[in-house]
Design a protein. Structure first.
Length: 278
């Protein structure tokens, strides 16, 4: 007769200890998480490649045909990776943003200017800029490419397709901007238009009050002379372009929207006056 083999189970306490040890080993081992998309669902590999291609295509206009001087890049080397808001005057639809993207990518490689385009091999992808929704939805491939590279689109309540209007505020905009700040650096143009001496809108002050980012004032000049307003076509060669980053600052919790708005007006409109005199 065949013998029946009985499998003896380990005592419950011993089995429980083994499970606990396995669980401890799993918890103790760090998991490598590779992020494939940004908070807006954009594929990071594609976004990186697109940023590099746009950078290569626009580099000659910024560094060869024209010369761009960068000041204050040392401030960027010490910035945190997230929750940083750059506030700048506005001169063109695309060239301003592209110039700042070049500098951001260069700083990632610890450069303080754009003289060495090696930074385009692995460009920075956690950069965003706030743009009018109707501008980025225009026909043509250029707005679509730039939009994928980091546009946070908002509906302007005071202007639409070059005309002054009055309509309700875009209630989705704060959520989008909060997402972008939570992932990286964000560029905003508080005037909301490229028109010289245009008034500063209160949206930027509201953003600063709501999310308390580290604020970096930026002063740009020369882009209106060198490039077309809506594209990247060179209008003039040999223009001295300048981008100046001022010392980062953070507003206190007691600062009111009116006080922040007043600071932005002094910063932005003061720069426009200096540019016109130059």
């Amino acid at each position: 007769m065949s013998k029946v083999l009985k499998i003896r189970k380990a005592p419950r306490k011993r089995r429980r200890k083994k499970r606990d040890r396995r669980a401890e080993r799993r918890i103790g081992q760090p998991r490598l998480r590779v992020r494939l998309k940004d908070p807006f669902g954009k594929v990071l590999v594609l976004k990186r490649a697109l940023t590099g291609i746009i950078g290569l295509a626009t580099y000659p206009g910024l560094a060869i045909v024209n010369k761009m001087k960068v000041e204050g890049a040392n401030h960027l080397l010490r910035l945190p990776k997230r929750n940083v808001l750059f506030i700048s005057n506005h001169q063109t639809y695309y060239a301003d943003v592209i110039a700042l993207y070049h500098i951001f990518c260069s700083v990632k490689w610890k450069f303080r200017n754009i003289n060495f385009p090696l930074y385009l091999l692995v460009p920075r992808v956690n950069s965003y800029y706030i743009a009018a929704e109707e501008t980025m939805k225009e026909s043509g491939i250029l707005p679509k490419l730039f939009s994928y590279a980091g546009a946070v689109t908002v509906k302007r309540s005071w202007r639409y397709k070059g005309e002054d209007v009055r309509r309700g505020a875009d209630f989705k905009a704060p959520e989008k901007i909060e997402k972008a700040l939570g992932f990286g650096w964000v560029i905003t143009f508080p005037q909301g238009t490229t028109t010289p001496e245009a008034p500063v809108q209160k949206g930027a002050a509201s953003i600063i009050k709501a999310f308390n980012p580290l604020v970096v004032p930026v002063e740009i000049d020369g882009f209106r002379k060198a490039f077309g307003k809506k594209g990247l076509k060179l209008q003039k060669r040999g223009v001295r372009l300048s981008v100046k980053f001022k010392e980062p600052m953070r507003f206190g919790e007691d600062a009111s929207i009116a006080e922040i708005h007043e600071f932005l007006e002094n910063h932005i409109l003061g720069e426009d006056d200096q540019a016109e005199q130059a």
